[in-house]
Design a protein around this ligand. Structure first.
Ligand code: NAG
Length: 409
């Protein structure tokens, strides 16, 4: 709401300020593309009033700006808990009057939940979002999603207030399921998805909706959120600030890939190659599609060539199709692995490179690094939760970059 007012006020002033080019057919007005440039004149004006305006009345067009400045201090932390075997991580979210447990997913951009619109036979043991006093149904808006494993969900759309930690967005699109099938129903304790990707990936039709984070960004001290996921225990997401006691050293930033926003992913360049222990390798077959920082995926997924080369260094490892991927005796020592991120690497220590034991005696283990397969060689690499267990990651939407630093344990 506030930002709409802002843009109207800002545009009125910027149109007045830019030259109008006349031509025989009519006239055109140059358009300023970046929101920052649009805001700057107002910021400068506001500063003058802050310095010299004591006792003066603020001009009306600066009121929304003043209001925004006053609100621009919000930061928040929310606990992220893993499900069994760290398959997914969830955080509590307050939607209207209901608290749900949602999978915070940087690889998608929908906020969907089980709801009172979901038929009782499809609710499983999930918490429900019940649209109430603060909700406004968006008639004509629908959504649907289906996954490779055959699970599906679809439904309608409400606007409602959505609060994460201490930060509330009053008009957030909430996608309430009217039909759910397959694995979603049995997937307790997760009641839906909380997308943190770019708007491009939102699946509301006919009109896409911004994510909660995009809506909250103007209220935040910094236009960032951070992920700190931990093996088998609670970690955290922060919004609007970087908690420097959660990492060591300084944060390395890399720009997003030029197609990141148009594809909707937190995508980085991945052409640098990779390292196993201290040995660097070129990536001869892949990397051109980039790599996605995806908290909604569990593992690291890369090309067959890289994966084979890594497991060459692991004693008695083998690809076991019947177990779903690369396995090895749990006694093996896994080397450190470095994945490409722009002009540098993110390190994943060997201790994170085992995803799970496959038997209670701990004889056979399943690796964190698995192959995308020949069929998917044009897909970006996927850096899932394994990377976030080793690194504190900053998703900087404002500056279109990703930052990371080793985790403080
Ligand atoms: C920052 O992280 C530390 C260590 O995990 C924690 O104790 C502290 O409460 C966090 N600060 C905020 C403001 O969340």
């Amino acid at each position: 709401m506030l930002s709409t007012i802002m843009i109207v006020a800002a545009c009125a002033s910027c149109i007045a300020a830019v030259p109008v080019t006349k031509s025989t057919d009519g006239f055109s007005i140059p358009i300023v593309h970046t929101p920052l440039e649009i805001r700057d004149p107002l910021a400068a004006m506001f500063k003058i009033y802050q310095r010299y305006g004591e006792g003066l009345e603020l001009p009306e067009e600066l009121l929304p700006y003043a209001e925004q400045q006053n609100q621009k201090r919000d930061v928040s932390t929310v606990v992220a808990k893993p499900t069994a075997r760290d398959v997914e991580y969830w955080c509590p979210v307050l939607i209207g009057d209901d608290t749900l447990q949602l999978n915070f997913d940087t690889g998608s951009s929908t906020l969907w939940t089980f709801s009172s619109d979901t038929p009782p036979s499809q609710r499983g043991s999930h918490r429900l979002y019940t649209p109430g006093k603060t909700s406004v149904e968006q008639t004509g808006q629908t959504w649907s999603v289906s996954y490779a494993d055959g699970s599906k969900a679809s439904g309608k759309v409400y606007y409602d207030s959505v609060k994460v930690g201490s930060i509330s967005v009053p008009y957030q699109a909430v996608q309430a399921a009217t039909s759910v099938s397959g694995g979603f129903i049995s997937n307790a304790p997760i009641d839906g998805l909380f997308g943190l990707g770019f708007a491009k990936l939102n699946n509301i039709k006919p009109t896409r909706s911004p994510t909660w984070f995009a809506n909250a960004m103007d209220k935040l001290t910094l236009g960032v959120f951070t992920a700190d996921l931990r093996p088998g225990t609670a970690g955290a997401y922060t919004f609007g600030f970087i908690n420097s006691s959660r990492h060591t050293g300084s944060i390395t930033y890399q720009p997003l890939h030029s197609t990141a926003a148009s594809r909707g992913w937190w995508l980085v360049d991945a052409t640098k190659g990779y390292k196993i222990c201290d040995q660097a390798f070129q990536d001869s077959t892949g990397g051109a599609a980039g790599a996605v920082f995806d908290t909604g995926s569990t593992l690291l997924m890369m090309s067959d060539e890289i994966v084979k080369n890594y497991y060459k260094k692991v004693t008695a490892s083998q690809f076991a199709a019947n177990r779903g991927g690369w396995i090895y005796p749990c006694a093996a020592k896994l080397p450190d692995f470095y994945v490409p991120v722009g002009s540098t690497y993110a390190k994943i220590e060997g201790k994170h490179m085992t995803y799970t034991k496959l038997d209670t005696q701990g004889r056979t283990c399943f690796g964190s690094l698995q192959t995308l397969g020949e069929k998917n060689k044009n897909l970006p690499y996927i850096y899932g939760d394994i990377l976030f267990k080793a690194n504190y990651v900053v998703f900087d939407m404002k500056n279109e970059r990703i930052g990371f630093a080793p985790k403080r344990s």
